[in-house]
Design a protein around this ligand. Sequence first.
Ligand SMILES: Cc1cc2nc3c(=O)[nH]c(=O)nc-3n(C[C@H](O)[C@H](O)[C@H](O)COP(=O)(O)O)c2cc1C
Length: 323
Amino acid sequence: MKTLFDETHLGQMTLKNRFIRAAIGEKTSDGHVNETILSLYKALALGGAGALITGFTLVDENEKNFPLLAFYNDAFREGHKALTDLVHENHAHIILQLVYVGSYVRGDTAGMSVLAPSAVENLNTKVLPQEISVRQIKRIQERFSEAALRAKNAGYDGVEIHAAHGFFLSQFMTPYYNRRTDLYGASAQNRARMALETYAAVREAVGAEFPILIKINVNDGFEGEVRFEDVLYLCKALTEMKIDAIEISGAFRSFPQNATAFFKKEAAQIAAENETKIIMTGGNRDFEEMTAILRHTGIEYFGLARPLITEPDLINRFKALYT
Ligand SMILES: Cc1cc2nc3c(=O)[nH]c(=O)nc-3n(C[C@H](O)[C@H](O)[C@H](O)COP(=O)(O)O)c2cc1C
């Protein structure tokens, strides 16, 4: 019978359990990995999760004003190498999450071009972006692939493409934000094209063996949100293109404090229809519930974000309590 502490293979990684620390954005004033981040990841690695996904990391210098981790050139390499070494010394795996922010930008946008699928004001930030051209689309795909290769060379065990939560890539899937009528809009195939081409570019850069994950939304929580049938199309195409895992997320902030397993229904359906590994993230709190989901659905991994902020050693505590 499957258990949450099974050793499993995710791509070429051998994970000691089915718990993954889901991404939490780290603040850094200059984009570099700093001592605070190193000590946080040491605690997380020692805390027992099989793999840690970093906070979103900028792939394009155009977005350098944001106080997030960055890896858009080799000047950031030393910090990333220190981070991967530290996590490996403490017996966990680490996956770098890659992001292009787009119109979900907070703070100073002076002097930068804020890009989105269409020129539609962002509902959260009220920023009005420019519609991205096909030439700029190709450039951003290249930035993802270059950052992924840097990540591989800096010792990361994999990368995750952030295509969830209203950031740039996810907006292509969302009819409210994507009003295009060219190859990147309108039909399910066209809306999925941006994520699929970005994945293909990253795969080309890092080779067939290096683990690539993608995080997607199954809903957005507002009118004009992503359509689930389009999500199913995207997942099928990603599976055919041999993505290593799909992390299922959505409008997580709309769930009450005591809710659990927010996206169980959608994640279970995606897992039933696709061979690739499914990570379900959002509201994973209850060990017994996760065990039941593992046994009764095809979902294989559980992402935890907020619980590990307050209890970085929660996975070790689960192990002590339940095994
Ligand atoms: C403060 C904060 C920062 C987050 N940063 C990221 C991020 O960088 N990338 C990402 O994909 N998700 C991010 N998330 C979302 C989490 O990864 C996760 O999907 C969400 O919190 C639901 O999981 P949970 O119920 O285990 O917290 C963030 C969430 C919070 C609360």
